[in-house]
Ligand binder design. Structure first.
Ligand SMILES: *[C@@H]1O[C@H](CO)[C@@H](O)[C@H](O)[C@H]1NC(C)=O
Ligand SMILES: *[C@@H]1O[C@H](CO)[C@@H](O)[C@H](O)[C@H]1NC(C)=O
Ligand SMILES: *[C@@H]1O[C@H](CO)[C@@H](O)[C@H](O)[C@H]1NC(C)=O
Length: 251
């Protein structure tokens, strides 16, 4: 009786783990980073499918950042993710145009290849048109949106309705987009260093907003020591059996 129960239990465990194996999702995996004139027309968000680990979900996340009269910075990530619940989130961080626009879209889903959105058309409009239709006010601001740093930031007249000049930097990491910086300058109604309204994550991406110009080299160097240390340890562990094997063959 007891032995039978154990056997039943083992069979149950086997069944459960097979079921988990069967439940491994396939997800679209890839990242994109670009400056686009109009991403709703030009950006094709397709990537390639990969098998995920048991229990993982698919995710697709994109952040779009635009200044009046400039290009749009686009950061996108698709992939398997170990954490999260099924959800679809659209966030507009900034007030409606005119002025700087930051929006994000993030989708966590639990069916194979469910993160297969091909375009950002359904949630990105072209805010520039509305802004330039407005007459300029008295304010002028240095204006640019760049991946990395702005090489130039011409002083442009602000549309009537904007009240401040914003100058800041958004540092993204996670979701396959490690250490990606976007510099942002332009007219806005946002007061202070709060373009992201203090939100610090978008799907699997973490974002840090800063508006000072002090370089943050110190913590970066300390951080980058870590992964390299691990990487060489991993390599050593992988090499060791091979070395031992070689020794065994040549006594
Ligand atoms: C994106 O590219 C793929 C293949 O390269 C194509 O099949 C698909 O239709 C394109 N999608 C859009 C929205 O342009
Ligand atoms: C995804 O779906 C599977 C099977 O329907 C379920 O067991 C699992 O709990 C779901 N995961 C999440 C995070 O919703
Ligand atoms: C700017 O907007 C304000 C209020 O929205 C309006 O009173 C003013 O006439 C506008 N200025 C111009 C130049 O259109």
């Amino acid at each position: 009786m007891g032995a039978c129960c154990i056997r039943c239990f083992l069979l149950f465990l086997l069944g459960a783990s097979l079921w988990t194996l069967v439940r491994n999702l396939r997800c679209e995996v890839g990242t994109a980073l670009s400056l686009e004139d109009d991403p709703s027309q030009t950006f094709n968000w397709t990537s390639k499918a990969e098998q995920c680990l048991p229990g993982e979900l698919c995710q697709e996340t994109v952040v779009l950042i635009k200044a009046d009269g400039g290009k749009t910075a686009l950061l996108a990530s698709k992939g398997c993710t170990p954490q999260g619940t099924e959800s679809m989130t659209f966030i507009q961080y900034t007030p409606p145009p005119p002025g700087l626009v930051v929006v994000s879209y993030s989708n966590y889903c639990n069916d194979s290849l469910c993160n297969s959105k091909e375009s950002v058309r359904s949630f990105w409009y072209q805010p520039g048109a509305a802004a330039t239709a407005r007459p300029p006010g008295a304010l002028r601001c240095p204006t640019c949106v760049a991946l990395g740093s702005c090489t130039s930031a011409p002083s442009l007249p602000c549309a009537n309705g904007t009240t401040q000049c914003y100058q800041g930097r958004l540092d993204f990491s996670g979701g396959g987009l490690e250490s990606t910086a976007v510099e942002v300058k332009g007219c806005t109604t946002v007061v202070g260093c709060r373009l992201l309204a203090t939100l610090n994550s978008v799907g699997p991406l973490t974002v840090k907003e800063s508006c000072g110009y002090r370089p943050v080299l110190q913590p970066r160097q300390a951080e980058s020591g870590g992964p390299w240390g691990h990487a060489s340890l991993w390599a050593l562990e992988l090499l060791l059996p091979a070395v031992l094997l070689a020794l065994a063959h040549f006594p």
